[in-house]
Design a protein around this ligand. Structure first.
Ligand SMILES: Nc1ncnc2c1ncn2[C@@H]1O[C@H](COP(=O)(O)OP(=O)(O)OP(=O)(O)O)[C@@H](O)[C@H]1O
Length: 308
């Protein structure tokens, strides 16, 4: 279990994280999402005892990370895939870590196999590794002590689509066996497929959190007409709110049936009409990461209101 309570971190005048609270339960994958500079790494560093909070607490299994005896046996951490010594081979780096953690050497071969670095890649110097291979080695390091908790910062960086698919399977399997996974990303789609729970942070504050099913579900519709202005007028006349969606469509605050009826009543021909699915969260993301980011902050209350 990871528990973050009222975590705040200031760097001088810079407020990096403000009053952040969330928890991650065993058996689940939590996606920690937010645009660049949102406060993801600062939060993860605080959970891993690498950054002292200005106020608030972060614990793993009920204890601050720094108080965990032989932390690597409890928590696997991958914060920076580039942190490995470039002159050592992957196998050497893992063997050294196994010695420090008191892990049997046989475990080195197991994790090398597990992350797809067994054989030739294991004997290559880390300096010659691609970014994807470094991520795999970082994951092997995190898994080495057979921990119950994994904390990973942007683990898909540098992985190709096959690698991303593989990693999702690995994390899903870890959680399905009772493990707790917290992974950060600035890409919604990257974590959507694997996360049970989402925590969205922007400007150092939590702007949305809940189960993926809850956040990605929507009662709204995605609708597109040749004449967008006429469609907007038809929806307004029917008392249905709408915001610009992807491409030239609208995300309407009503089920597809009500939207279709409103358009038909006004004689507006539709090109597309379907349940919006995760478009609400996509919209939230666009508002956080798009050109207008910061000019109209979206709060958790707002996302809840629009879905009500
Ligand atoms: N050591 C530091 N000193 C001063 N400011 C910092 C420090 N570390 C982070 N910050 C600031 O805190 C804010 C949050 O940064 P953080 O790295 O946590 O964001 P992030 O969500 O991980 O971003 P990214 O996706 O770009 O890695 C940013 O404004 C950043 O500039």
């Amino acid at each position: 279990m990871i528990t973050v309570e009222h975590l705040t971190k200031r760097y001088g005048a810079q407020l990096a994280v403000s009053d952040v609270s969330f928890s991650c339960a065993p058996g689940t994958v939590t996606g920690f999402l937010g645009p660049n500079g949102a406060g993801k790494s600062t939060t993860l560093r605080a959970v891993c005892g690498l950054t002292l909070p200005t106020s608030g607490t972060a614990t793993v299994g009920g204890r601050p990370y720094r108080e965990l005896p032989n932390a690597g046996r409890h928590v696997g951490v991958l914060l920076d895939a580039g942190a490995q010594h470039s002159g050592r081979t992957g196998r050497e780096a893992l063997t050294l870590a196994a010695l420090v953690q008191g892990v049997p050497r046989t475990r080195v071969d197991e994790v090398l196999e597990h992350v797809g670095l067994a054989g030739k890649p294991a004997g290559k110097r880390v300096g010659k590794y691609s970014l994807g291979m470094r991520q795999r080695l970082g994951l092997a390091m995190a898994l080495l002590g057979d921990p119950q908790v994994l904390i990973l910062d942007e683990p898909a960086n540098g992985l190709d689509p096959d690698g991303i698919f593989w990693m999702r399977g690995l994390l899903r399997g870890f959680a399905d066996r009772g493990g707790t996974v917290l992974l950060s990303s600035h890409l919604l789609r990257e974590v959507e497929a694997v996360a049970d729970q989402l925590v969205v942070i922007a400007g150092g504050r939590i702007v949305a959190q809940g189960s993926s099913a809850e956040l990605l579900a929507s009662t709204g519709s995605l609708v597109r007409a040749r004449d967008s202005a006429a469609l907007t007028a038809a929806l307004t006349a029917a008392g249905i709110g709408a915001v610009p969606g992807l491409a030239d469509g609208l995300v309407a605050d009503a089920p597809a049936e009500a939207v279709g009826l409103a358009a038909a009543t006004a004689g507006v021909a539709l090109l597309e009409l379907r349940p919006a699915g995760g478009d609400r969260l996509e919209e939230l993301f666009r508002s956080l990461t798009g050109p207008s980011a910061g000019t109209s902050p979206t709060t958790a209350t707002q996302i809840q209101e629009t879905r009500a």
